[in-house]
Write a protein that binds this ligand. Structure first.
Ligand code: E4P
Length: 300
């Protein structure tokens, strides 16, 4: 599995690059804003982006800001023409659906992806929140699709009446397996008390249970990625998955178990992948046990 760092912070990118495990970078307007606000003095954004591209020998995603097909294509071409000559590693990020309200066109994103993939500009289709959107993006020719795991976990918890920040902090794992077990227990109990037909067709509370703890059948962000991986593997799409909006190292492990091609991670999650207190404890014990003869043998 390739590891991308999900940041526009140059210090983080350079540090991750120095570890020798970095395969690419993803940015978005919010991450650029964050990097600009933490920079001392005014940031030269063009130079900042150029430096990111020079630092990493792998795909760097840069997002468009427009919402109409032609404007997105124009911005993508500007980004590509301006920056790709630096290290030949620009990937343009296009939202799967740029609609922000009911009256907008839901298909501007896929139309832009289609046009860009025909001109050979690589596209990372972003803001993917359900498997059907990934199918559309793959059909339009996206080189990458980015399902947002963490935001789907937030959304499911939100529907369950749990508020981020109040009921759970941002970086916490959503235990969908446990939620599923609790839900099944309640469904089984109701079925044992009443007939299934009665429950499925007549009982509103039971129907609510069927939807509790999922988003249209998707049980969690990781489950969404699992579904997209299965779907793409069923066909001949060349589209690769970039598991995004990852909040915990446990989600990274699950993505690797699913076999996703790429995970894009906040810097802190990459750090978490390496630390374990038993490793530190074991290290200390080995260090304490080194006898001088052994140490000098190694240093001769
Ligand atoms: C992906 O490329 C996005 O930049 C990112 O993963 C979004 O993460 P967030 O939901 O933590 O903002």
């Amino acid at each position: 599995m390739d590891i991308f760092v999900d940041t526009a912070d140059l210090d983080e990118i350079k540090e991750a690059e120095s570890w020798g495990i970095l395969d690419g970078v993803t940015t978005n307007p919010s991450l650029i804003k964050k990097a600009a606000s933490s920079e001392q003095g005014e940031m030269n954004l063009e130079e900042h982006i150029s430096e990111i591209l020079r630092t990493v020998d792998g795909p760097v995603s840069l997002e468009v800001t427009a919402v109409d097909q032609q404007d997105m294509v124009d911005e993508a071409e500007t980004l590509y023409d301006k920056f790709n000559e630096i290290n030949d590693n620009v990937v343009v990020k296009i939202p799967v659906n740029t609609s922000m309200g009911k009256n907008d066109d839901d298909f501007e994103g896929v139309k832009a992806i289609k046009s860009l993939s025909e001109t050979g500009i690589p596209v990372n289709c972003t803001l993917v929140m359900k498997p059907n959107q990934a199918i559309m993006a793959a059909k339009a020719g996206a080189e990458y699709v980015s399902p947002f795991l963490g935001r789907i976990d937030d959304h499911i918890r939100d529907q369950m009446g749990l508020k981020r920040g109040e009921d759970y902090p941002k970086g916490t794992y959503y235990p969908s397996e446990m939620v599923e077990r609790v839900r099944n227990y309640h469904i089984q109990r109701r079925i044992s008390e009443r007939s299934p037909e009665d429950i499925i067709y007549k009982d509103e509370e039971s129907m609510e249970l069927f939807y509790w703890g999922n988003d249209d059948g998707v049980l969690s962000g990781v489950d969404m990625v699992w579904s997209i991986k299965n779907i793409l593997d069923n066909y001949t799409f060349d589209t690769k998955i970039i598991a995004a909006s990852i909040r915990t190292a446990r989600q990274v492990r699950q993505c690797a178990e699913i076999g996703v091609e790429i995970s894009t991670l906040p810097f802190s999650v990459i750090e978490d992948m390496m630390s374990h207190h038993k490793t530190s404890e074991g290290m200390k014990a080995f260090d304490d046990d080194v006898i001088p003869e052994y140490r000098s043998l190694l240093r001769d």
